[in-house]
Design a protein around this ligand. Structure first.
Ligand code: NAD
Length: 500
């Protein structure tokens, strides 16, 4: 790790100065309003400085938001597609013309390296364009009928969608639910993670309002799990779109079940990178480093287990450790730093606890294992016991555990032994063999000759097993299924006659 933590660097970013009046101590209810849950200081994890203060919502604010959203949704759901599409096209144009309106918050607030943040903004633009297209996507089908009648199934908005999102890719993980849900005619109530209320919520609301989204359709209610729980059990919110940890997802699923809500849960991962013996070791180590260290490993798709054939494991581990030692880590407002801070001290301590326990259990520390403040050194662990928490748990930090295997069957069993099933990468010079192996792997995503972290607005993103249930995000088909209900309609010209 090369640490560069020049505090002066943060002062060059506009977002670290004074909060714009728009959301200073405010929540968003279609306009900037006082929240009744107090305020939340937004802290830049790289510096510990308060960079803004936003409003916090109370459960009374939530009740008012659901009432306003329910009322506003009626006209929006009945509006023509082009009316809705225009808002998302305009939002994409505004963001493309001025990406800094988001970047200036995203980088300091979430501790995002500038490459990661630019990638996230690119995803936002794509998501907005796909949502514009979704508004005009065919929304039903003609069905055969044994009677002389018109029979069709069409998709109708669910009404009000509740979105709960995490801190790590705060903007896209909120917008990937908010934009398509709105585009197909719903209203949305978004509760971002309180550590990223601006880039994960308020800045997105400002963008959509500037693009012409009518008042009342989107509400952003900053707050913690308490407001999130109130949203989950609110009877006026029939559909929930949650991205976050498996532990919270289990609680949300259980709380929503008695209310018979439509619930989408996108949860944690412990993703494997399978390096076959015929892989190019240099390229594999580069892919592996990216998969484990991007955004400090705080990605659901982070490569959490490197399964490397025993014939190349020593060379792979050495190359991965070499990369780990040379990645510049520091305040992400300085573009020289590829990696930034861990989101907070609690998460850093969890990472360090897992690494320390692994080493105490006999693992070799090939690189890292130390930290300064919230900056955790990219870490490589080898010779791990298979029941080590570093292998079985989602670490959510820049830690690359390497284990070896001898046969492909053994490797597939190791991959599938995880309770998670989000993303797997297979690196090899025989791509078709890997394609055949993919059929034996329990994972919502498999990349052949790439590492585990990727997303596009056009694809149905989602995990299996403890990584997710209830639907996928992305692409017209998955988004329509997630944010609409099906309605069967028949039409005949005369009243049907019956025996009595
Ligand atoms: P978290 O589950 O603690 O928090 C996520 C959001 O849920 C926050 O807004 C939080 O306030 C809210 N929340 C927490 N408990 C709640 C409850 N009981 N009821 C309602 N709302 C509640 O997540 P985290 O640990 O901060 O984020 C990282 C986790 O998110 C990791 O496990 C990561 O893998 C996962 N994640 C998954 C995806 C995916 O697409 N599968 C994407 C990003 C992150």
């Amino acid at each position: 790790m090369t640490l560069t933590t020049d505090p002066a660097a943060t002062d060059t970013t506009a977002g670290t100065a004074v909060a714009p009046a728009a959301w200073d101590r405010k929540i968003f209810t279609g306009r900037w309003s006082e929240g009744h849950g107090g305020t939340i200081d937004v802290v830049a994890p790289a510096t510990g400085k308060v960079i803004a203060t936003v409003g916090a919502a109370s459960t009374a604010d939530l009740d008012a938001a659901v009432e306003a959203a329910t009322a506003a949704q009626k006209a929006w759901g009945a509006a023509t597609y082009d009316r809705r599409a225009a808002v998302f096209r305009r939002a994409a144009q505004l963001l493309e013309a001025d990406p800094d309106r988001l970047l200036r918050w995203l980088v300091p607030e979430s501790g995002s390296g500038q490459g990661k943040a630019a990638f996230e903004v690119g995803l936002l633009v794509a998501e907005l364009n796909e949502s514009a297209a979704l508004a005009s996507h065919p929304y039903g089908e003609l069905l055969h009928s044994s009677k002389p009648r018109l029979s069709l199934a069409r998709r109708v908005p669910v009404g009000v969608v509740g979105v709960i999102s995490p801190f790590n890719f705060p903007a896209i993980l909120a917008l990937r639910s908010v934009a398509p849900a709105l585009a197909v005619g719903n209203a949305v109530i978004l509760k971002p993670d309180p550590r990223t209320s601006i880039s994960g919520g308020l800045a997105l609301a400002e963008l959509l309002a500037d693009a012409g989204l009518p008042e009342g359709l989107l509400h952003v209610l900053p707050g913690g799990a308490e407001v999130g729980h109130a949203l989950v059990v609110h009877p006026g919110v029939p559909c929930l779109s949650f991205t976050g940890s498996t532990a919270a997802g289990r609680k949300i699923g259980a709380a929503a079940a008695p209310l018979l809500k439509k619930v989408h849960l996108e949860l944690g991962g412990n993703n494997a990178l399978l390096v076959l013996p015929d892989a190019d070791v240099d390229a594999a180590a580069s892919a592996g480093a990216w998969g484990s260290f991007l955004h400090q490993g705080q990605v659901c798709m982070t490569t959490g287990r490197h399964l490397v054939h025993s014939s190349i494991a020593a060379e792979y581990t050495a190359k991965l450790a070499e990369k780990a030692r040379n990645i510049p880590v520091g305040d992400p407002t300085d573009p020289a730093n590829a990696l930034g801070p861990i989101i907070d001290a609690g998460q850093r301590d969890k990472i360090h606890g897992i690494v320390t326990a692994a080493v105490e259990g006999g693992a070799t520390l090939a690189a890292g294992g130390t930290y300064e403040g919230l900056f955790y050194a990219p870490t490589v662990l080898a010779d791990l016991a298979l029941d080590s928490a570093a292998l079985t748990q989602e670490i959510f930090g820049p830690v690359a555990p390497v284990i070896t295997y001898d046969t492909v069957d053994e490797a597939i069993d190791l991959i599938n032994s995880s309770e998670y099933g989000l993303s797997v990468g297979i690196l090899t010079s025989d791509a078709f063999r890997a394609f055949e192996l993919a059929g034996r792997i329990e994972s919502g995503i498999v990349h052949i000759n790439d590492q585990t972290v990727d997303d596009e607005a056009t694809i149905p993103f989602g995990g299996v097993k403890a990584s997710g249930v209830g639907g996928h995000f992305g692409g017209a088909r998955a988004n329509l299924e997630s944010f609409t209900d099906l309605q069967w309609i028949t039409v005949q010209s005369t009243i049907e006659r019956y025996p009595f």
